[in-house]
Design a protein around this ligand. Structure first.
Ligand code: GN1
Ligand code: MG
Length: 399
């Protein structure tokens, strides 16, 4: 039986089980209208999402939160409740959580799984690919507005995902992944000496004649090490406080924002990762997502490009709203895009080496394909670095 067939049959039966659960779970939330339908929604990489239809006019979103990824779901839900309340108090649209029957922002089922529910925001559109400059500019405004609305939030937020964008921590995880080679994808016993890197190359141990897949994977690992010094230089600015900690979203890809039908931005969704960290992570992640002319998992890496026009449109929108940045933040905007694209490259590659334990995948080499595409995007950003810097300078001077 072909491997892809076995794999998709497994994915389909997995969703059937979660689906049946979802129909029962939804009854534990305070939804006043009778529920008529629960159906799987979207392509989140982490949580399982469902659209709940009712006999009334309102619809709801039900999510099973991934407790392997999020170690403290109650703390995370508390963060979301507080920040959405803050945003709503300013008259702005945001997610409206629905409480469980026992008055909590989550429901813990008998299997120990956490679920959360919120109102579906009607008359909204979401996108996976940004094609018009107007939409991209609106997206930039959306990220800037979200951050601006929270600059005066005074409480302390739970660190939902400790070390999420901390590259020092990611290097530790990556070293461990390469040395363990848990799925045998680096040749069974990687033999790599990651602690004593020379010129960015892991001293790969002698192994049997390599197949091309293993050889490519080792080259991809070396692409990570080669850039380690510059990534650490950026991260030190965060550690020493030159880049301050502010409340940020931390997962600002295009599909995590809703738009109105006229193209203007409505609000940020997927607030799981909102924490006190750097706003540059948001800007950088959004550039990674909006400026790429291809999908995140494009197979043909020749096609993957950072588009300078999209970069300009997003940056104009963002800077028109994010008026609170200090000088170091402004200077580091462009590098933050390279940093987050690199981090995402490292994370996809690491998950492939680990045997796909973190991101959901649709086919066996999905994480490898994603990693290759992110590396291609990073190289395109490196090639356009001076142009991007010039663009930011010009936009800032014109304000
Ligand atoms: C995940 O949750 P979702 O699908 O919006 C991931 C992000 C990655 C993104 C890549 C908690 O985002 O960090 O950038 O996939 N979220 C988490 O598409 O790891
Ligand atoms: Mg998410």
């Amino acid at each position: 039986m072909p491997l892809n067939f076995i794999f998709s049959t497994f994915v389909a039966s997995f969703f059937k089980v979660v689906m049946t659960d979802a129909q029962l779970i939804v009854t534990h939330f305070c939804i006043p209208e009778p529920v008529t339908k629960v159906a799987a929604l979207g392509e989140g990489f982490i949580n399982d999402t469902f659209l709940v239809e009712t006999a009334g006019s309102r619809r709801y979103i039900l999510q099973r939160k991934n407790k392997t990824v999020f170690p403290n779901v109650p703390g995370m839900m508390d963060n979301i409740a507080r920040i959405t309340e803050h945003i709503r108090s300013k008259g702005q649209e945001t997610i409206q959580l629905i409480s469980s029957e026992d008055g909590k922002w989550f429901y813990l089922d008998n299997e120990g799984e956490y679920w959360a529910c919120c109102l579906f925001i009607e008359n909204s559109v979401s996108y996976d690919c940004a094609n018009s400059p107007g939409l991209i500019r609106s997206g930039g405004m959306g990220v800037g507005q979200f951050q601006s609305l929270l600059t005066d939030f005074t409480g302390t937020l739970e660190e939902t995902l400790p070390g999420f964008h901390n590259i020092r921590y990611r290097f530790e995880q990556f070293t461990e992944a390469v040395e363990n080679d848990a799925a045998g994808r680096l040749g069974g016993c990687s033999g790599a000496d990651c602690e004593n890197l020379e010129e960015g190359n892991a001293a790969w141990g002698e192994g049997p004649a390599e197949d091309p897949g293993v050889r490519e994977l080792k080259q991809l690992v070396d692409e990570v090490w080669r850039r380690k010094p510059v990534m650490m230089d950026f991260y030190r600015l965060i550690e020493n406080g030159d880049i301050p900690k502010r409340i940020s979203h931390n997962d600002t890809k295009l599909s995590n924002f809703l738009f109105r039908k006229d193209g203007s931005v409505l609000c940020a969704i997927d607030l799981d990762t909102v924490m006190q960290s750097s706003v540059l992570y948001d800007y950088g992640d959004a550039i990674r997502s909006y400026s790429n002319i291809c999908k995140e998992d494009e197979k043909d890496t020749e096609k993957v490009k950072m588009d300078p026009e999209r970069f300009t449109a997003f940056t104009e929108g963002y800077l028109s709203e994010a008026r609170f940045l200090n000088e170091t933040e402004k200077e580091q905007l462009v590098f933050s895009a390279l940093y987050i694209t690199y981090e995402q490259y490292l994370r996809f590659l690491m998950d492939y080496i680990n045997g796909d334990t973190y991101y959901k995948i649709r086919y066996p080499t999905h994480n490898l394909v994603r990693a290759r595409a992110q590396l291609a995007l990073l190289k395109s950003m490196e090639a356009h670095y001076n142009l991007m810097q010039q663009t930011v300078k010009t936009i800032l001077t014109n304000f």
